[in-house]
Design a protein around this ligand. Structure first.
Ligand code: 5AD
Ligand code: SF4
Length: 436
């Protein structure tokens, strides 16, 4: 039998790209490709790209430059660009980088096998009628105890800084039965924890057997799947946190006490200019309601500093909001002007000012993150083992609150969900001993 062809995939950006890469690997698997970790031995290299900030986009072109010698040494090597840069800059990529054979957008990648079979350059950045998920091969390979599952894609919110509504397109929700089938299949293959993904996951509105399902209703349905012990979802918009979804955090033991709820800024002026359609006060009240439903929930968020027009007072308002909430984690970004978005037309905040604000916000968040982690010491929590630790007799996994935990447990097995007592807090992880 001939050696199988080898596929190398590099994934940039968000968790949805991680999920998409996995599905593309499976689609190419049906064509006889196996994954390789080494680009040098690949017959096909696929770069699954991110367009969210300027730096993320630029990486693509430097990586493509580095592939030139490989392509020269092996002209039959196929080079594909997928993801959001492919969607936004497909023609530009082909013009600047003739070594690229395939450009495929995030909604068209079910057509990748066909494109790979063809000769010459091929571009597909359509938003096709048919849903890619209906055309992709069934997921079969055994896998680890955690997995992502895309339930919703695209965004209709049009925040003034964001390219997602243009690269991923309008909001689309997958039907409930497809999601449940995929979830059950993953559980049969060893998955214990699912993270439901969507650019705006809590705007989920999927068709189900008995009408329209919201995310809260979908989660309640998923919590009934035998063997599925943990559920998470990301990323959410504050305005889509409805009562039922908030209540689900109190009602469903499977729904883990960690929620990523981006707020972006704590200044009403800036929130308005960002087209976020809520105030800082409304966000704080929402946090109160969520904590009333699930008091031990850890919140994380995204922040942008240096949005056009942001003053020192606005920045202080962001710091005030962070102090008022107390986050368990957060991602901070310096505003990056994205072509085609409304905010890109406005005069930027000077780089030094934005850098200083980023530094200050980051320091406050690091402090809060540390405090939240330290506060776990002495507590009993669940940990799902993902792999053996570096030390003998040690297992590593995530806590209910998404902290990395090293557990002393010589009997531990990957995929086991255990109770542990947290014994110490280190820089980026917790130590624990198994109980019970
Ligand atoms: N500049 C900086 N950060 C951005 N994000 C989205 N667009 C931009 C931009 N143009 C951040 C937001 C979002 C996260 C995924 O990326 O904080 O929540
Ligand atoms: Fe982008 Fe999120 Fe705003 Fe949608 S809600 S436009 S994905 S930041």
């Amino acid at each position: 039998m001939a050696d199988p062809k080898k596929l190398f995939i590099k994934t940039y950006g968000c968790q949805m790209n991680v999920y998409d890469s996995e599905r593309m690997a499976e689609a190419m698997g049906a064509e006889g490709y196996v994954l390789t970790e080494a680009a040098e031995e690949a017959d096909m290299v696929l770069l699954n790209t991110c367009h969210i900030r300027e730096k993320a986009s630029e990486k693509l072109f430097s990586d493509l430059g580095r592939l030139k010698p490989l392509k020269q040494a092996k002209p039959e090597l196929k080079i594909g660009v997928a993801g959001c840069v492919a969607q936004a800059e497909g023609d530009e990529i082909l013009r600047r980088m003739p070594l690229v054979d395939i450009v495929v957008g995030p909604q068209a990648y079910h057509r990748l096998p066909e494109m790979a079979r063809a000769n010459g350059q091929a571009v597909d950045t359509d938003f096709p009628e048919e849903m890619k998920f209906d055309r992709l091969p069934e997921r079969k390979a055994p896998r680890g105890p955690t997995a992502f599952l895309t339930v919703q894609e695209g965004c209709d919110k049009f925040c003034a800084f964001c390219v997602v509504p243009y690269t991923r397109g309008a909001e689309v929700s997958r039907p409930v039965d497809r999601i449940l089938t995929e979830a059950r299949g993953l559980v049969e293959r060893g998955v214990r924890e699912l993270t439901l993904l969507g650019q705006n996951v809590n705007a989920y509105h999927g068709a189900g057997a008995s009408g329209d399902y919201t995310l809260g209703r979908l989660l309640r349905e998923m919590a009934r799947i035998d063997g599925l012990e943990r559920l998470r979802y990301t990323t959410s918009h504050p305005n889509d946190m409805d009562d039922d979804l908030i209540a689900a955090h109190g009602d469903l033991p499977q729904l883990m006490p960690y929620l990523h709820l981006p707020v972006q800024s704590g200044a009403d002026r800036i929130l308005k200019a960002m087209n976020r359609k809520h105030t800082a006060e409304q966000y704080l009240r929402l946090v109160e309601r969520i904590r009333a439903a699930r008091p031990d929930i850890l919140l994380s968020s995204d922040f942008i500093v240096g949005f056009p027009g942001e003053t020192d007072a606005d920045h202080q308002a962001t710091l005030d909001l962070v102090r008022a909430v107390g986050f368990g984690a957060a991602f901070t970004f310096k505003y990056s002007a994205r072509p085609g978005t409304p905010a890109a037309e406005k005069p930027p905040v000077p780089t030094e000012v934005a850098d200083a604000r980023l530094y200050e916000l980051q320091a406050l968040i690091t402090e809060q993150q540390r405090a939240a982690q330290d506060a776990m010491v002495g507590r009993e929590v669940g940990v799902l083992y993902e792999k053996p630790g570096r030390l003998a007799g040690q297992m590593v996994g995530k806590s209910d609150h998404l902290h990395a935990v090293h557990v002393t447990d010589p009997e531990g097995r990957v995929g086991e969900l255990v109770r542990v007592r947290i014994s110490a807090s280190a820089t980026n992880s917790l130590a624990a001993v198994r109980v019970g």
